[in-house]
Design a protein around this ligand. Sequence first.
Ligand code: ADP
Ligand code: MG
Length: 351
Amino acid sequence: MIEIRNLVKRYGDHVAVDHLNLTIEEGKVYGFLGPNGAGKSTTMNIMTGYLSATEGDVIINGHSILEEPEEAKACIGYLPELPPLYTDMTVLEYLTFCAGLKRVPVQERSAQIQRVVQMTRLESVIGRLIANLSKGYRQRVGLAQAILGFPPIIILDEPTIGLDPKQIIEIRRLISNLAKEHTVILSSHILSEIQAVCDQIIIIHHGKLLANDTPDRLEEELGGSNTLHLTVKGEKKTVEKLLANEAGVTVEELEQEGAYTYATVRMGAEDVREHLFFACADQRTPILNLHLDETSLEQVFLRLTSDAVVAPPQKKRRGLLHRNSVQPEGTSIAVAPVHPEEPEKHEEVSD
Ligand code: ADP
Ligand code: MG
């Protein structure tokens, strides 16, 4: 449906999009995830014909955005980071104007406008000047113009930025509804935003593609295997023997201190916790502490987009921490903004 081929965008010496290759299939919701400055808006602006590329091409339903921009653009509805609203128009005037630009047949215009107004819940402000609307309503007007014409692909750049939690929930609901009939691509620098609505997550950083997978697979493949931390009341050699009988288990650490044995093991595909529990019970070596340390998608995202480590995931070795009941870090990391020092370039991008 969309093919991004070797896309490069340079601003002077600065490479904002760095040889990006991507295929977007029909019918899914794609999430463009990356910290501020990752190149999301630039990529979306090129995909939608707002901005030219330095190198590469974007093919939309068989049409090159560079060579056949009219045909390619007709397949797309776009909500840029800063929606191009004419604030001295009323909502109805603006949507009528957009329907004209999008060449919605005259006889269908009022029915279509009515439908998008209903979808975006703009009924109560339809006659108001856009200048007098709140940020939430303006964003909905922006969404309404993106949906007008009901193009097969809808691209939304940070659609929930600056909205309050209630408005965010409403926009998410709307996106989920849109996804029933459209291919939706949305960007965000906030993982939970993407996780909530997307089938496929595309992580970009410094203009490069870092990952492109389903949320589950990302967690599985990039998160590495699940690590178990155990405290068993019993001898080290007994525990060692028990662990050796568990399928797919790799022992990372095993140490006895007094009457207790501490173990850190990695599980394979099979979850052995239950079997291990009964095996230890049979040997009268009770498990006093059992903790599963799964890598969350949040950790995957942080790891991938931290400049220090863009390399493959590293094994965690923190087995003995659990002796003192220290909880693993990473369960409540605030994801956004990942690079607060990197300024956003709202004004410059949406030209
Ligand atoms: P994102 O949307 O992921 O936050 P952008 O696509 O806006 O990222 O920006 C990618 C990079 O390109 C950033 O480093 C940004 O500073 C730079 N950039 C964006 N627009 C311009 C511009 N018009 N001129 C110069 N640099 C720009
Ligand atoms: Mg952006």
